[in-house]
Design a protein around this ligand. Structure first.
Ligand SMILES: Cc1cc2nc3c(=O)[nH]c(=O)nc-3n(C[C@H](O)[C@H](O)[C@H](O)COP(=O)(O)O)c2cc1C
Length: 167
């Protein structure tokens, strides 16, 4: 082992799975952003957590509504990840600008994303401020998978996205 800087050592985490986090304002207008920092945090009940920067519009919306949809993006969504990660829902309606197709959720207001590998409707049950981000832990109240897309996208570093095809 050789000691190095945090920023050098943490590069070894790649490939990193990418998720999309869909949230809504109080009027039901949706926003979406990619996130690399997500995890499963409980089996019973099923829970998923995402770490969201305090300055993100998504942060404000999840704080306000206590709901989000976590999405595993499929092959072909590389451009969508780059677009939704490079602008803010504060300034632009990402869904209409990019033509993102949605499906209605059952128990939460943020919509599902059509043609994703999987979607999870989540209700926030806990949160933890960690430095400049907040970890929102959501109970999964509904889960979906695509009949068509199976392999999710990973970030291989420097926003190079590819799938790791299954068997
Ligand atoms: C591949 C990728 C992963 C990202 N991961 C995170 C993350 O885990 N947490 C976070 O707060 N921002 C993350 N970002 C940055 C946000 O997606 C970005 O700031 C976005 O524009 C915020 O949109 P919003 O203001 O509409 O919420 C990531 C961006 C990219 C491209």
């Amino acid at each position: 082992m050789i000691e190095t800087t945090w920023s050098e050592a943490i590069k070894r985490k790649y490939p990193e799975p990418v998720v999309l986090v869909v949230s809504c304002d109080r009027e039901g207008r949706p926003d979406v952003m990619p996130a690399g920092w997500s995890m499963v945090t409980s089996g019973i009940p099923p829970m998923l957590a995402v770490s969201i920067g305090h300055r993100r519009y998504t942060h404000k919306l999840i704080e306000e509504t206590g709901e989000f949809v976590l999405v595993f993006p499929s092959k072909g969504m590389e451009g969508l990840i780059n677009y939704t990660g490079s602008c803010s829902g504060r300034d632009v309606d990402k869904f209409s600008e990019y033509g993102i197709e949605t499906l209605k959720s059952k128990y939460v207001r943020p919509p599902l994303i059509k043609d994703a590998v999987a979607c999870f409707e989540c209700k926030v049950r806990g949160k933890l401020v960690t430095g400049d981000h907040t970890v929102f832990a959501g109970e999964v109240v509904a889960s979906y998978v695509s009949e068509k897309y199976r392999d999710r996208l990973y970030n291989f570093g420097n926003n190079r996205f590819r799938t790791i095809p299954g068997e």
